[in-house]
Design a protein around this ligand. Structure first.
Ligand SMILES: [Zn+2]
Length: 81
């Protein structure tokens, strides 16, 4: 009886692992609902107005003029102190 219980638990764990693997691989290839989740994970990339490098929006520095820069140094170079 105990062996049967462990077999059932093992089966559930294997099924759970297979399912989670399937979900992640499907999301990697192409999916309908998983693509939306992926878009949330991938941050918006912005281009530095000074050197043209692409940086995540959260790491960018926005000047008063609305232009985006990769660093405060480039913002100062472009706008002036
Ligand atoms: Zn820059």
């Amino acid at each position: 009886m105990k062996l049967l219980l462990w077999a059932a638990i093992g089966f559930i764990v294997v099924m759970w692992l297979l399912r989670s693997n399937k979900v992640s691989s499907a999301g990697h290839a192409s999916g309908t609902s998983s693509t939306a989740n992926k878009d949330k994970l991938i941050e918006t990339m912005v281009q530095c107005a000074h050197c043209g490098v692409y940086i995540p929006a959260s790491e960018s520095v926005t000047a008063a003029s609305g232009k985006v820069f990769c660093s405060d140094e480039h913002r100062l170079k472009h706008v002036g102190p």
